[in-house]
Write a protein that binds this ligand. Structure first.
Ligand SMILES: [Fe+2]
Length: 444
């Protein structure tokens, strides 16, 4: 029996497996690409190590694709067979994996909260619970959980910089921008290569509308991102938002080509339809188009990327971005099929996930109508759902693209009242002076 670097037991006879599990946790928390090799190493040293299998299974579920679940079930079968031989905390993790395979976010969160009740510095559980609640749009609850654990953290606990990054993002999403910025900057002072800390501060600057500050912030840190996984591309997406705000459209297009959708990037080669990359790419192009920029052939590369999984209904926010891709590439038959599949899924299933899809059909119709130039239809479909966008998951900055599409339609329909209402909505969400932003100016 060994332990992670915060003293949480890892049941295994193999010291090498324990060390590899600990490395895998650190890489996962740090959003680094080395997570996958570390976990494979741990399973090689000890195939029956529960935490190695749990991490492997959770990683497969974390792809947020139906296709990832087979590997997750395999990991669960091995881990659950070891249940009598491991600690109560590890048994909770086995339950979390089971719930994750069942895509039951409620049980996943309950299990991770139970881990944190007795092990408040279990950084893996904190990161997993934040990720889960992020995709169900429940960041208030995420912040409440991290607030409870916070008293147990200090600079003496290994991973303190990662903890500060986690707290910073929770605080940012609930609108406590000053506290979030303090935490995020403190994290990056301790660990300049910390992707999640850089990300939290980028969100703060985005909410404040400080695009010049966002570019400076990300520019000074970018040399530390080489070891990053897909999160590094998301940081470049944040930078592209700043350039769009500054009117530097060519810079946003260059970022798109180099970082957001580039077949030469090994990570994107291995997983061309990874959900975050699909979201980043589609969101960037829609925002550029709303500024009058012609993205040329770029939509087609995204069309190719979503080819293997365009009809996968594992994540509502991704599905909305897939709808943007299908509409932009004029795959209207598929667009219609996707819409029908979402309607059927939301009606026929009774689950946390299908519930999250409940309002997706109207927003998908609005996305299609916007592409087809039927702006009144966009307003009719999506205007009344503004308060429900959070249910699709994602951050305020990410969901902003939905408000931008709706605002553009309202402007073209000369619906001044709706434009004002959207501005008020965005202000309540936490955006500072939203109507001063390029996407929300009353005259395009
Ligand atoms: Fe982000």
């Amino acid at each position: 029996m060994g332990s992670d670097s915060r003293g949480h037991p890892i049941s295994s006879e193999s010291d090498e497996a324990v060390a590899a599990v600990n490395s895998a946790i650190q890489h996962l928390v740090g959003r680094r690409a080395a997570f996958t090799p570390s976990i494979n190493e741990a399973k090689t040293y000890d195939p029956e190590c529960v935490m190695a299998q749990v991490l492997s299974g959770l990683m497969a579920c974390g792809l947020r694709k139906e296709g990832g679940l087979a590997a997750a079930r395999e990991a669960y079968a091995i881990a659950s067979a070891q249940r009598p031989r491991v600690t109560p905390r590890e048994r909770l993790y086995i339950d979390v994996l089971e719930a994750s395979i069942a895509r039951d976010a409620v049980r996943v969160v309950q299990g991770l909260e139970a881990v944190l009740d007795t092990h408040p510095t279990d950084l893996l559980a904190s990161v997993m619970v934040q990720g889960e609640l992020f995709w169900t749009g429940e960041m208030q609850r995420s912040e409440a959980i991290s607030a409870r654990c916070d008293a147990h953290w200090s600079s003496d606990v290994d991973g303190h910089a990662d903890w500060l990054a986690l707290r910073a993002f929770d605080l940012e999403e609930i609108g406590q921008l000053d506290a979030a910025e303090r935490c995020g900057r403190q994290c990056v002072e301790q660990d300049p290569d910390n992707l999640w800390g850089a990300h939290a501060v980028a969100h703060v600057l985005e909410m404040r509308g400080d695009s010049a500050g966002g570019i400076r912030w990300l520019d000074q840190l970018k040399q530390g991102w080489d070891a990053g996984g897909p999160m590094k591309f998301h940081l470049w997406w944040h930078r592209a938002l700043c350039h769009i705000e500054e009117g530097e459209h060519d810079a946003a297009l260059d970022i798109h080509d180099q970082w957001l959708r580039n077949a030469q990037q090994p990570i994107q080669q291995a997983l061309p339809d990874f959900y975050l990359d699909v979201q980043n790419g589609a969101s960037n192009l829609v925002r550029l188009e709303l500024q009058g920029v012609d993205p040329g052939e770029r939509w087609h590369a995204l069309g190719d990327a979503v080819e293997p999984s365009w009809d996968d209904l594992s994540n509502p926010f991704t599905t909305l971005h897939v709808a943007m891709v299908l509409a932009a590439t004029e795959q209207w038959d598929r667009f219609g099929e996707l819409l029908r599949a979402v309607i059927l899924y939301a009606r026929s299933e009774q689950s946390v996930l299908s519930d999250a899809y409940r309002d997706a059909p109207s927003v998908i119709r609005a996305i299609g109508a916007h592409r087809a130039g039927d702006y009144q239809q966009v307003v009719d479909q999506a205007a009344d759902l503004r308060q429900a966008f959070w249910r699709f998951g994602g951050s305020h900055a990410q969901r902003d693209v939905l408000f931008q599409i709706l605002f553009d339609a309202a402007r073209r329909c000369k619906d001044d009242a709706l434009m004002q209402h959207i501005g008020a909505d965005l202000e309540r969400i936490g955006f500072v002076d939203p109507l001063q932003r390029v996407a929300y100016r009353p005259v395009a």
